[in-house]
Design a protein around this ligand. Sequence first.
Ligand SMILES: *Cc1c(COP(=O)(O)O)cnc(C)c1O
Length: 499
Amino acid sequence: MRYYDRLIFELSKEGRVGYTLGKSSFGESGVASFVPSGLLRAEAPALPQVSEVDVVRHYTNLSQMNFGVDTGFYPLGSCTMKYNPKINEEIAGMPGFQGLHPLQSPSTVQGALQVYSEMEKALCSITGMAGFTFNPCAGAHGELTGLMIMRRYHMLRGDLQRTKVIVPDSAHGTNPASAAVCGLQVVVVKSKPDGLVDVNDLKPLLGDDIAGIMMTNPNTLGLFEKDIEEIASLVHGCGGLLYYDGANMNPLIGVVRPGDMGFDILHLNLHKSFSTPHGGGGPGSGPVGVCGKLLPYLPAPRVKYVDGAYSLDFGDERCAGRVSAFMGNFGVILRAYAYILMLGRQNVRLVGKYSTLAANYIKESLKDCYKLPIPSVCKHEFVFDGLLDDGSRKDGQGNVVREGATTLDVAKRLLDFGYHAPTIYFPLLFHQAIMIEPTESESLETLDGFIAVMKKIAAEAAEDPSILKSAPHNAPIARPDETTAARQPVLKYSDTIQS
Ligand SMILES: *Cc1c(COP(=O)(O)O)cnc(C)c1O
């Protein structure tokens, strides 16, 4: 039996001791002699009786059931699971930062406000925007904030009929969702077979009811929307604004700026492109940047620097309002700031280039084993559409005599080799999508190791798909019902015992 198969209570052995308390200085009955008897328990608590090594092994083994970027390669497309440098944690853990209270008066938190101010300058120089708010706590939260700014801009100009937002069919699901939450109507623009937005499909959609367009560039297929300048002039020409979903900013860092492409509003995912930890719904940060004419619409408060001191600016009546308590997730912003400073102006320019190189290296190395629906040069990520030979076989009449391996089977088999699975079945444009994003933080050896395993899995599928269909063979759990596992996880002690 493995350690993680049992609860710490099941490891308990009567009389086994892990730690012995020193002699009590309060006499025979210890502290009990001072506590009123009504407050004392009659029996000792049912604590597990285990040795120190039992405890250490139990919890160390439990911790290793979790997969993270600190344990292995994590090529989850769309998520930019780059390494989180430990210096980020060290900086965010400094007592001067950790001990702050959000209600302290600005005069006592000048250092923290300076961090916001300098971070704003850094992000402006990376994106080409004029100013940022750090209030939004995630990418999707940033989208909503950006759309609130877009709506308010049109509203205060009396352009009340602008209620529609154009979203490409390849968009991340949060884009149409944010537009709907903001009370805007979603209009879909189609992609061409090459994966890029179809400008001819866009043109007839444009009119005086369009508030703007939401795009990510590179798009969710990892492809650079090379018609972006034409798209920007068309949308601006009809009076709309351009929103940039910056979750895919990683390959552009230091190479191209969304502001120069014509975008008016954007969010960044500090927890993706700027190396702060994410996953599992932990704290994130989705700062929103705007071009000069939209600065007054940014949510308040923002940090300003006047006469040698930092203070808070609550804006005027044009401000889109508040979107979170205080100033967003300061700890996350600090980590991202540490990351940017650690790289510096020169090295930050390499992030985009190396992540693009890594993705193209994997794509080209595996395109003989996996279907590559769009063969062009990608940016930081790309999409396969399942195995080239999934191992399925038919008889003379065309009846299936052997089921082939699916994308899900490939993903499950990867776990046996110690890799996190790529994103699968997204984007929805392909039926067997496998979306791979290596990031710049992986070495050539790691990429080669992953490529070798992906080739091995493709060979197994062609030979005997059942190896993949029964995978993973050596993970703590194999194939839970994914919907139930996400929506109704069974985490209670008694339930664990029963199931
Ligand atoms: C991750 C992602 C988002 C949403 O960001 P969250 O921080 O998860 O809310 C939006 N768009 C794209 C393209 C993404 O990859």
